[in-house]
Design a protein around this ligand. Structure first.
Ligand code: CAP
Ligand code: MG
Length: 419
């Protein structure tokens, strides 16, 4: 069988490079397994093929050009001709497909994909991105304050709208549905959109500030499109999609409709394959795919909150969403005209965590509070004010405890959650 191992190979300008962490099955060596992965993910299979001509092999075979026994890392370079332009599902069926099922690997993790400029150029990327979202809201010097309505589901459209209005009025910029709220018997999507947008308008008038509401349109694509169009027709500007449960085809479909809506990407379910550090696909890869597909705002983790995800990992992801990025091994990627995605920190956040959160992740992000607003002992309005006060304190470089002396809601929040 021709060899897929070519340690002298230098990836060509247009190649795509996949970086995998590999634990071979017991009896196999890393180089041997690397070749099997390269074959299965490009043009080959388990045996020599009479149909695989030399010219095809030379043109299209993947090449293992780096093997580190110590780090258990391999890098494989793929000619761009293996990939259909602008087709994320096809990319994943190749380099993140059968390889995970092979008996030759005990564990396999796709750590990173280094995309070439040419591959990136065939994707639209975000329509709004960080700049666009900031422009719509008119906020440039601080993080965007978001709130997830809680309970996750259970309220009526009217109740949901009133709650959104109350937090909009008290310092929140963006309100969103939760990931499992779509159109339920007691909270129909269309009714929620109408009720929420009516009160959002009122809040905008009364506060003089633009607001955003992210309606969760997660559903089969035909329904999803109808719901997105319904939001637009009624004057909404933002929709949310659960990118993992809907899948990349749905995300690309939605973005490619060019509806002019901000796309808020929720990642519920990602940990099924991102959390195990030995097997699966990294969140970094998910974030890159989201940027290619055109998500404007993406959940990436908080470091300090309730969800798994350490400082190094979250920071790296947030950085890559924002700029051209040096991959884990300093291979430069050029994202060309694709706009920067706004990271979202969400999950278990409350006012006391704001200073640490912003110190770690900076100010160019959305910070989202569900329980951290709607669990405030004095209710949601006080909760919204407490968050706004915490952000103000950090921006003014005043310690929270000092600021809390003059700000009752913040003080109550600190007393309650710091216990
Ligand atoms: C946060 C949240 C988010 C998760 C998502 C929730 O609510 O709405 O879905 O944070 O995690 O339901 O848990 P709380 P991630 O503020 O009440 O925790 O952003 O890490 O994908
Ligand atoms: Mg949620």
């Amino acid at each position: 069988m021709p060899s897929y191992l070519k340690l002298s190979y230098k990836p060509q300008k247009n190649d795509i490079v996949a970086i995998y962490k590999v634990e071979p099955s017991r009896e196999l060596g890393l180089k041997e397994v690397a070749q099997k992965i390269a074959a299965e993910s490009s043009i080959g299979t388990w045996t020599k093929l009479t149909t695989l001509r030399e010219d095809i092999f030379n043109k299209l075979s993947a090449k293992v050009f780096y093997v580190s026994e110590k780090r258990k890392i391999i890098k494989i370079s793929y000619p761009i001709e293996l990939f259909e332009p602008g087709n994320i599902p096809q990319l994943l069926s190749s380099i993140a497909g059968n390889v995970f099922s092979m008996k030759a690997v005990k564990n396999l993790r796709l750590e990173d994909i280094q995309f070439s400029e040419k591959y990136i150029a065939d994707f639209p990327g975000p329509n709004f991105g960080i700049e666009g979202v900031r422009k719509v809201l008119g906020i440039y010097n601080r993080p965007i304050i978001g709130s997830i309505i809680k309970p996750k589901v259970g309220l009526t459209p009217k109740e949901q709208a009133i709650l959104a209005y109350e937090v909009f009025k008290n310092g929140v910029d963006l309100v969103k549905d939760d990931e499992n709220l779509t159109s339920l018997s007691f909270d129909k999507f269309e009714s929620r959109v109408k009720n929420v947008l009516r009160l959002k308008k009122r809040a905008e008038k009364e506060t003089g500030s633009p607001k955003l509401y992210a309606f969760n349109i997660t559903s089969p694509v035909d329904v999803m499109l109808q719901r997105a169009k319904f939001v637009r027709k009624n004057g909404g500007r933002c929709v949310m999609i659960d990118i993992i449960s809907c899948g990349w085809s749905a995300v690309q479909y939605l973005r490619n409709q060019n509806l002019g809506l901000i796309l808020h990407g929720h990642r519920a379910g990602h940990s099924a394959f991102t959390r195990d550090k030995r097997h699966g696909i990294s969140m970094l890869v998910v974030a890159k795919l989201a940027r290619l597909a055109g998500i404007d705002q993406l959940h990436t983790g908080t470091v300090v909150g309730k969800m798994e995800g350490g400082e190094n990992e979250v920071l790296k992801i947030d950085e890559l969403l924002k700029e051209d990025w040096e991959g884990i091994d300093k291979l430069r990627e050029n994202w060309g005209k694709l706009k920067a995605v706004m990271p979202i920190a969400s999950g278990g956040l409350h006012p006391a965590l704001v200073p640490q959160l912003l110190k770690i992740l900076g100010k160019d992000l959305i910070i989202n509070f569900g329980g951290g607003i709607h669990g405030h002992p004095q209710g949601s309005q006080a909760g919204a004010r407490a968050v706004q006060q915490a952000v103000e304190a950090v921006i003014k470089k005043i310690p929270l405890n000092n600021f809390a002396r003059e700000h009752k809601e913040l003080r109550e929040a600190l007393d309650y959650w710091r216990k």
